[in-house]
Design a protein around this ligand. Structure first.
Ligand code: NAD
Length: 365
C-alpha cells in the first residue's frame, strides 16, 4: 500500500501530538509540519524526522491530506486553500469562527469531492463510543466540562473552546433540533466568557443543562443522561461509562410500593440495585487513545471516501448552536428589566468579598 503523504499545519500544544501520531501510523508519511514560529516548527520536525515549513503554500500541491491545528481564527483561510487544491482536510474544533465560514468549507469539500472532518475528539472517547452504540432516547441531560486556565484559545470564549465538545455530543445523541436556548456566562480574565451555563430544549422534548468553565482547579468532564431506557453516566477523563437500567421484572410488572407490607418495604432498600435496577460498568480507559482513533478514522475516510463520523456539517451544526448560546449569553438580562444590565459587559458588581483578601488557603477546593 502506498503511504499517504500528510502534513500538520500548526504544531503548538495540540498540533505536535497530531504530528507525532501521524508520524507513527504505518500507512502515513509525515512529509512536513508547518508553523510560523520557526523554533517550534524546527523542534517538532527534528523530533519526528520530517521537514519544517513556515508556510503551508509549498505543500498545497504535494500532500494527499492535511490536519489543521492552527488557532481557530485561521481555520477557514488555511482549510479553504487546501480544499480548493482538492486536498482532504481534518480541521480542529471549532470548525471555524462563523457558520458562514463553515458553510464555505462544506461547499468547497463538496465541489472537490473530498472528506472534511472536524476534530470533535470526544466522539472517539471509548466510553462515548460504547454509549453511542446502544439504544437511547434521552429525556434530560447534564454535561459539565471544567478545566484549568491554559492561556491558550484566548481568541474564543469558553463556549467555542470547551462547551462545543458537549454541544456536538448532545446533537449526535439527541438527534433533534434545538427549539429554545437560554444561557448565562461571565468573563474572569478577558473579553470572552470564561464560564457559561446553558439550558437547551429539543423538539423531542429532551432538556439539557450544560456548564463549561476554563478556570477550574480540578478538571471535570462529565455527561449524565436520563433516558427512556435507563441512566448513562460518562466520565470523559477516566473514560468510564456507568449504565443503569430497570430489570426485566421491573419493566414487565412495575413496582407498587404502596401495596407492599412493611417487611417487603424493608427488603426493597437492599433490592433496589440488583433485583430492580441493574448496573453495568464499562471501563474504556485502556481501550485506545482517542486522538489516535480520530486520526486513524480520517486516514480511512480519505482512503475509502467514506463520510467522516464528524463531518463538516456536524461541525457547522455544533457551531450554529454555539453561536445561539453565545448570543443568549450576550443578551442575558441580569435584573430582568428592559433597560437593565445585560450580557458579559454588565454582570452585577461584587457585593463584597467572599473571604478577606490575601488570606487564601492552599486547601481551598
Ligand atoms: P496553540 O496556540 O498551542 O497552537 C497553535 C499553533 O498554530 C501555534 O504554534 C501557532 O504558531 C500556529 N499557527 C498560527 N497561525 C498559523 C498558520 N497560519 N499556519 C500554521 N500554523 C499557525 O493552540 P492549541 O491549543 O494547539 O489549539 C489549536 C487548535 O486546536 C484550536 O483550534 C483549538 O480550538 C483546537 N484544540 C482542540 C482540542 C480538542 O480537544 N479537540 C484541544 C485543544 C485545542
Amino acid at each position: 500500500m502506498t503511504r499517504m503523504r500528510m502534513a500538520v499545519i500548526g504544531v503548538g500544544h495540540l498540533g505536535q501530538h497530531h504530528a507525532r501520531i501521524l508520524s507513527q501510523l504505518p500507512d502515513v508519511e509525515l512529509v512536513g509540519v508547518v508553523d510560523p514560529n520557526p523554533e517550534q516548527a524546527a523542534a517538532v520536525a527534528h523530533r519526528l524526522g520530517t521537514q519544517a515549513f513556515s508556510s503551508h503554500a509549498p505543500l498545497l500541491d504535494t500532500v494527499d491530506a492535511v490536519s489543521i491545528v492552527t488557532p481557530t481564527v485561521y481555520h477557514h483561510a488555511v482549510a479553504a486553500e487546501f480544499l480548493r487544491c482538492g486536498v482532504p482536510v481534518l480541521v480542529e474544533k471549532p470548525i471555524c469562527r462563523t457558520v458562514a465560514e463553515a458553510n464555505d468549507l462544506i461547499a468547497l469539500a463538496e465541489v472537490a469531492g473530498v472528506p472534511l472532518q472536524v476534530g470533535h475528539i470526544e466522539r472517539f472517547n471509548p466510553a462515548f463510543e460504547d454509549l453511542a452504540r446502544r439504544p437511547l432516547t434521552p429525556l434530560f441531560i447534564e454535561a459539565e466540562r471544567h478545566g484549568p486556565y491554559t492561556g491558550r484559545s484566548t481568541d474564543i470564549g469558553a463556549v467555542l473552546d470547551l462547551m462545543i465538545h458537549d454541544i456536538d455530543l448532545l446533537l449526535s445523541l439527541v438527534g433533534s433540533p434545538v427549539t429554545h436556548v437560554h444561557a448565562v456566562g461571565a468573563p474572569v480574565f478577558g473579553g470572552h466568557e470564561d464560564m457559561v451555563n446553558a439550558r437547551l430544549e429539543f423538539e423531542s422534548g429532551c432538556v439539557a443543562h450544560i456548564t463549561a468553565s476554563r478556570i477550574t482547579v480540578k478538571p471535570k468532564r462529565r455527561l449524565r443522561v436520563w433516558a427512556a431506557e435507563g441512566y448513562a453516566g460518562i466520565d470523559f477523563v477516566s473514560r468510564k461509562l456507568i449504565l443503569v437500567q430497570q430489570s426485566e421484572e421491573l419493566r414487565r410488572a412495575g413496582l407498587r410500593v404502596e401495596q407492599m407490607d412493611a417487611a417487603a418495604k424493608t427488603r426493597l432498600k437492599d433490592e433496589v440495585f440488583g433485583r430492580y435496577l441493574e448496573t453495568l460498568y464499562v471501563d474504556g480507559d485502556r481501550k485506545w487513545d482517542q486522538l489516535t482513533a480520530e486520526l486513524r478514522h480520517f486516514v480511512d475516510c480519505v482512503r475509502t471516501g467514506q463520510r467522516p463520523r464528524v463531518s463538516g456539517e456536524d461541525g457547522r451544526d455544533a457551531l450554529a448552536l454555539a453561536e445561539r448560546i453565545v448570543e443568549s449569553v450576550r443578551t442575558h438580562k441580569w435584573d430582568g428589566q428592559a433597560n437593565g444590565p445585560v450580557g458579559l459587559g454588565q454582570i452585577p458588581r461584587p457585593a463584597g468579598w467572599l473571604f478577606p483578601p490575601n488570606t487564601q488557603r492552599r486547601d481551598a477546593a
